[in-house]
Write a protein that binds this ligand. Structure first.
Ligand code: NAP
Length: 291
C-alpha cells in the first residue's frame, strides 16, 4: 500500500485505494464461491425517498454488481407500515438466494429501526446491528461486524499501525460506530477510552491517544492541539461545512501537521464502509456452505 508522506506532515491513509484493493479481493472471493456453485446475494431495503439514502444505496448497488454479487434493491414507499416492512424482511430471511440483507437506516416517520433490525436473520445481518451480532462482537464469537468500524480496523492493519498495547480514544458512542469500534479495538488489546457529549475536558483525553478516532458528526471538532504528536487520527465524521464542502470531524489541515497518520474526508473511512459490506456478504454466503 502506498503511503503519501510529506516532510513534517502526517502520512495520508488512503481509504479510496485501500477500498479498491479490498473490493478486488472480494471479487476474487466471489469467483471462488461461484466455482462452488454459489453466487452471494445481497438485498438492500430502502423505505422512502430520502435523497442521501438514495445516493448511498445507488453506490452500494454499483459496487455489489462490480464485485459479482446478485444484488437487488427493494424500494418501499414512505407510507409502508411497520408490519409490511417486517413482512419484507421475513421473506428475505426465508429466501435461500439471499445471503445478506441491509435495511437502509434511518427509516422514515414512525417506523421502528430497532424492531426491524431485530427481525433480521442474524446470519444475514451484514450491517452487524442485530443483537446477536452485537453480543458476538463483545463476547469474541463469530458473527458479522458493523462495516464502518470494521473498515477503520482494516485501514490500521493495512497501514501497519500497531493496535495492541496502544491507547485508543474513540469520540462517539453510537451503536453504529463508536461502541462497536471500541469493542474491536479492545479485542485487539488496545486500552480504550470512549468519549461522548458529556465527557469533561475532551482535549485532555484525546491528547492521551496513540490512536484517535472521531465519530461525532461535528465539522472541525478535533483541533491540532487535541492531538499527541505522531498519533494516528481516523476521521469517521461526514459533515458539510458552511461552504457546503464535505468535511470530517477533524480539522484536517491543522491536525496533519501534528499527527503521524491521518485519514482524509472524503477518501478515508467512507469508501471502506461499502467494501466491508461486500466482504461481510461474501462471508455470510460462504458460511452457508459449511452450515
Ligand atoms: P450519532 O449516532 O449521532 O452519534 C454521535 C456521537 O457523538 C454520540 O455518542 C454523541 O454523544 C457524540 N457527541 C456529540 N457531540 C459531541 C461532542 N461535542 N463531543 C464529544 N462527543 C460528542 O452518529 P454516528 O452514526 O455514530 O455517526 C458519527 C459520524 O460519522 C457522523 O458524521 C456520520 O455521518 C459519520 N458516519 C460515517 C460513516 C462512513 O462510512 N464514513 C458511517 C457512519 C457514520 P452522546 O451519546 O452523549 O449523545
Amino acid at each position: 500500500m502506498s503511503v503519501e508522506s510529506v516532510s513534517g506532515t502526517a502520512q495520508i491513509i488512503d481509504g479510496k485505494a485501500t477500498a479498491k484493493a479490498l473490493r478486488a479481493e472480494v471479487r476474487e472471493h466471489v469467483l471462488r464461491l461461484s466455482e462452488r456453485g454459489l453466487q452471494p446475494g445481497l438485498r438492500v431495503v430502502l423505505v422512502g425517498e430520502d435523497p442521501a439514502s438514495q445516493v448511498y444505496v445507488r453506490n452500494k448497488d454499483r459496487a455489489a454488481v462490480e464485485a459479482g454479487f446478485d444484488v437487488d434493491t427493494i424500494r418501499l414507499p414512505a407510507t409502508t407500515s411497520q408490519e409490511e416492512v417486517l413482512a419484507c424482511v421475513r421473506a428475505l430471511n426465508e429466501d435461500p438466494k439471499v445471503h445478506g440483507i441491509l435495511v437502509q437506516l434511518p427509516l422514515p416517520g414512525d417506523l421502528d429501526g430497532d424492531r426491524t433490525v431485530e427481525a433480521l436473520a442474524s446470519h444475514k445481518d451484514v450491517d452487524g446491528l442485530h443483537p446477536a451480532n452485537v453480543a458476538a462482537l463483545w463476547r469474541g464469537e463469530e458473527g458479522l461486524v458493523p462495516c464502518t468500524p470494521a473498515g477503520c480496523i482494516e485501514l490500521l492493519d493495512r497501514y501497519g499501525i500497531e493496535i495492541s498495547g496502544k491507547r485508543a480514544v474513540v469520540l462517539g458512542r453510537s451503536m453504529l460506530v463508536g461502541k462497536p469500534l471500541a469493542a474491536l479495538l479492545l479485542a485487539r488489546n488496545a486500552t480504550v477510552t470512549v468519549c461522548h457529549s458529556r465527557t469533561e475536558d475532551l482535549p485532555a483525553v484525546t491528547r492521551e491517544a496513540d490512536i484517535l478516532v472521531a465519530a461525532v458528526g461535528r465539522a472541525g471538532l478535533v483541533q491540532a492541539d487535541w492531538v499527541r504528536p505522531g498519533a494516528c487520527v481516523i476521521d469517521v465524521g461526514i459533515n458539510r461545512n458552511e461552504a457546503g464542502k464535505l468535511v470530517g470531524d477533524v480539522d484536517f489541515e491543522g491536525v496533519r501537521q501534528v499527527a503521524g497518520a491521518i485519514t482524509p474526508v472524503p477518501g478515508g473511512v467512507g469508501p471502506m464502509t461499502i467494501a466491508m459490506l461486500l466482504r461481510n456478504t461474501a462471508l455470510a454466503a460462504e458460511r452457508t456452505l459449511s452450515a
